[in-house]
Design a protein around this ligand. Sequence first.
Ligand code: CDP
Length: 230
Amino acid sequence: MKKITIAIDGYSSCGKSTMAKDLAREIGYVYVDSGAMYRTVTLYALDNHIIQDGHIDEERLKQEMKNIEISFQFNPERGRPDTYLNGTRVEDRIRTLEVSNHVSPIAALGFVREEMVRQQQRMGQQGGIIMDGRDIGTTVFPNAELKIFVTASAEIRAQRRFDELTAKGEQCDMQEILRNVEERDYIDTHRDISPLRQADDALVLDNSHLTIEEQKQWLIRAYEHAIHNS
Ligand code: CDP
């Protein structure tokens, strides 16, 4: 069967990665979480004091981009890829609220985006890929056969992120998470380069009140429709 490219974009914490990884498993595609790549650059910048007191030393980061090697390895236990930075697994460290609090300004930098988009396009050369992020249907794969734009209310998204972090044992405060979700939405939609926006040919999914199972059914139907028409 023909292998297509599937782009899933949307606001933070709206469950894109859960739906993308489930669909990838179901149809045997590779799943790539592009947000994990921006998070990994952010972790590197925090670990190496390139971000200090909220200030980013852009010149240093630009020079050090060549030292940041990001890779993914499928983890059968989790049913999704784990993220590696220079050969070390950083999957848990990139998901903390500290990284979430610094990632959007890093992701707004032109030289960071250029490098990430280049790597993402290389990963998708063969098709048979599902990538989720903010600019996948608009910039990374503008010719993707299936584009989905996911949204849900900020309160519902913050609650989901709260549940996820609490389940991992991280102490967190609901108001701080809601603030982070709203702040990232703002930065992601207002930045100059590849801001988050719905591609003209994307299907919109508001999953505020859908169960994971209902969402899965919706997605499978969208995929079958796209395969049929491609
Ligand atoms: O998991 P969550 O939805 O909270 O976010 P993520 O997908 O891990 O992405 C983290 C951040 O990376 C976003 O808030 C964006 O600032 C940035 N990002 C981006 O600019 N472009 C992408 N394709 C993916 C993520």
